[in-house]
Design a protein around this ligand. Sequence first.
Ligand code: GLA
Length: 388
Amino acid sequence: MNQSRPLGLVPAMGWNSWNTFTWDINEQLIRDVADRFVSEGYKDAGYEYVVIDDCWSLKERDPNGNLVADPAKFPSGMKALADYIHSKGLKFGMYSCVGTHTCAGYPGGFEHEFQDAKQLAEWGVDFLKYDYCFKPRHMSGELLYKRMSLALKNCGREILFSACNWGEDQVYSWIRESGAHMYRSTGDIQDSWESIKRLAISQLDKQCYTGAFCHNDMDMLVVGMYGGSNNGFIGSAIGGCTDTQYKTHFSLWSLMGSPLMIGCDIRQANPATKDILLNRDLIAINQDVEGRGAYRIKPEPQWFHTDDVFMLVKVLTDGDLAIGFFNLSDDQREISLQFWDLGLPYASGFSLSLYDCWTHQELGTFRERYSPVVPAHDCLVVRAKLVK
Ligand code: GLA
């Protein structure tokens, strides 16, 4: 879908092994995911990167200092896996780390940046997630991301650079200049409503720091996991979320311009999960080519609403507005949007024709205000068109 576009123009879409599988990865799993991307419509919907996270290598480099794929997990090697993924018209992603070791204790990229970039290019890698564990204390993270960015840009292959420093060291203030195409702005997501809510709210006032070629990455999606991680911290000890909560999660990530990296086991995805992940109207908002962040409107009366009830508005390339009415609170709320707050006074003569991006139906034409009632933990996302 995005193949003809310059690298990193719009948020990346794909799948990453970490949330569900952590250390328990192998080449068959990765091939299965690639197969499902094609056979179940994920590729057609725009998902393209199949990414292996941590725990793919041996614990030692070879005598030449090269990283070695664990032959027990990846007996055919990374080049063969890349070839397979490419043969499906998809792209292949891998993982490394700024520090001496990855977060799970495998060799990191420190002082091997140019050598590793060359190796990744030889294998046919298209995407590198670069983590922040075991960073030598005397080195600045900013410098190490600049280093890897330069190495990747000069390795002879187009590789999307996904920085992952968890929002530390005021990353938003320097990451765009480093050359990274996306950057993690938060700590690790967990498969819980509290986590989704916390991450989203933490980025509401950082929307001016996302956009084309360097997207604010709020972490991989937990949609459809239902507590099904092999890692207690991520989900198995937490129990997962409801479909309504996953729908709201996906809406927030879409409107806020986060990359959409699926984290569930798509081989087990039920119809509700697929409806969410394959929602073309939401994906179109996320992938809008101007890549603008969303601004927040606090509903009136402000004294009544807490920070977990808000509207997000994303200005789209064609002049439409994507508007999300989010109720992250535990009670049903009426959320009233005054069109004045969108820059649309009554005297302009314009009304808004609203289309519901979840039911895929027209809601009608409204003048001056629109006040939906939104159940607890739910949201309404509309695409609004100016009409006279
Ligand atoms: C960090 C990252 C996660 C994941 C793990 C792997 O915690 O933030 O997304 O990559 O490391 O060990």
